[in-house]
Ligand binder design. Structure first.
Ligand SMILES: C[S@@+](CC[C@H](N)C(=O)[O-])C[C@H]1O[C@@H](n2cnc3c(N)ncnc32)[C@H](O)[C@@H]1O
Length: 308
């Protein structure tokens, strides 16, 4: 069991483990995927997610996965957002791989187990980039389960604020091969300059035919809005995420809009909001309070592709 060492203050070059700071967000996302997996009408199935939560033994998240019915009673109905998000990225990877992207790079992979879960084409190389402690925890759990990847999985322990392309190439990444990239649940955790550099590097490393799927906020983004919504709708702080002050981990300094930026560089972009995706996946859209609807509309899921 990992000893909780919870800190929520960001600083340049900070690092973290699975139960503290940004690492905890990977565990929280896994807990939400575990809940989605338990549903009869699940959008995605991730049988590994609950194992991560149990191994980390963070009490509030263990309680969450053990009481899925409690989550259903939340202020905004069943929490399906992570199912929607996971399906969007699952579909993206399978479609990009079948269109010829022979390598996939999952930036900030966290406890994402797509290398093990998805039915990749034979020989697909899947790189998972994240902080060393996060990947070490993931490895320990996967090894304990005797899990076998369905791809040629390569771990890349690197900080995305540093020279991650060097680490990626050292792991066997080939910039001449079309690549499927993803940035899921990542951008708000990067300072603006690091986000801009991330996209510049992706473009430099992308052969014709490469594609990228991204979760991004459009326009001005105020992290304190999340805190205000939490305080208003969960005044007792009963959500397992309330104590974590996730919004305190977000950066909102200036950065380029990746949709515009990639579009200007010849990438064809198509984007959707989580509400549009939910409707596309056949989910009932709950009546959302105005402030949540506003945030939801600013959140975009987009795929961008570079012509061959
Ligand atoms: C919210 S989790 C999302 C994980 C995964 N993409 C998913 O959706 O399950 C955020 C992830 O970003 C990683 N991360 C954030 N900033 C990073 C950085 N500077 N370098 C490497 N990883 C980073 C964290 O370690 C964590 O795993």
């Amino acid at each position: 069991m990992t000893t909780p060492n919870t800190t929520w203050t960001r600083s340049e070059g900070d690092s973290w483990d699975i139960v503290s700071s940004v690492g905890f967000t990977a565990l929280g996302v896994a807990a939400m995927r575990a809940l989605e997996t338990k549903r009869a009408d699940r959008l995605v199935r991730d049988d590994f997610a609950e194992h991560f939560v149990r191994e980390a033994a963070e009490p509030s998240l263990v309680q969450l996965v053990e009481n899925p019915e409690a989550a259903e009673q939340g202020a905004f109905g069943p929490p399906r957002h992570m199912g929607v998000r996971s399906k969007f990225f699952d579909d993206f990877f399978l479609s990009a791989a079948s269109a010829g992207a022979k390598q996939a790079v999952i930036l900030a992979a966290g406890l994402d187990v797509r290398a093990h879960r998805l039915d990749w084409p034979q020989g697909e190389v899947v790189f998972e980039v994240d902080q060393p402690q996060v990947l070490a925890f993931k490895d320990k759990v996967l090894a304990g389960l005797g899990a076998v990847p369905k791809s040629d999985r390569r771990e890349v322990a690197a900080d995305l604020r540093d020279d991650w392309p060097a680490a990626l190439k050292a792991a066997g990444f080939d910039p001449s091969v079309p690549t499927a990239w993803s940035a899921e649940g990542l951008l708000p955790y990067l300072p603006g300059a690091a986000q801009d550099l991330l996209f510049q590097r992706i473009v430099e490393l992308s052969a014709p035919g490469s594609q990228i799927a991204v979760e991004a906020f459009r326009g001005a983004f105020d992290p304190s809005a999340f805190r205000q919504i939490e305080e208003k709708y969960d005044p007792e702080g009963s959500s397992p995420f309330a104590k974590a002050d996730i919004s305190g981990l977000f950066y909102n300094d200036e950065r380029a809009d990746p949709i515009d930026w990639l579009g200007e560089r010849g990438w064809a972009v198509r984007d959707s909001s989580p509400i549009e995706l939910s409707a596309q996946y056949g989910l009932e859209i709950p009546e959302l309070p105005e402030e949540l609807r506003e945030i939801s509309e600013k959140m975009r899921y987009f795929v961008a592709g570079l012509p061959r």
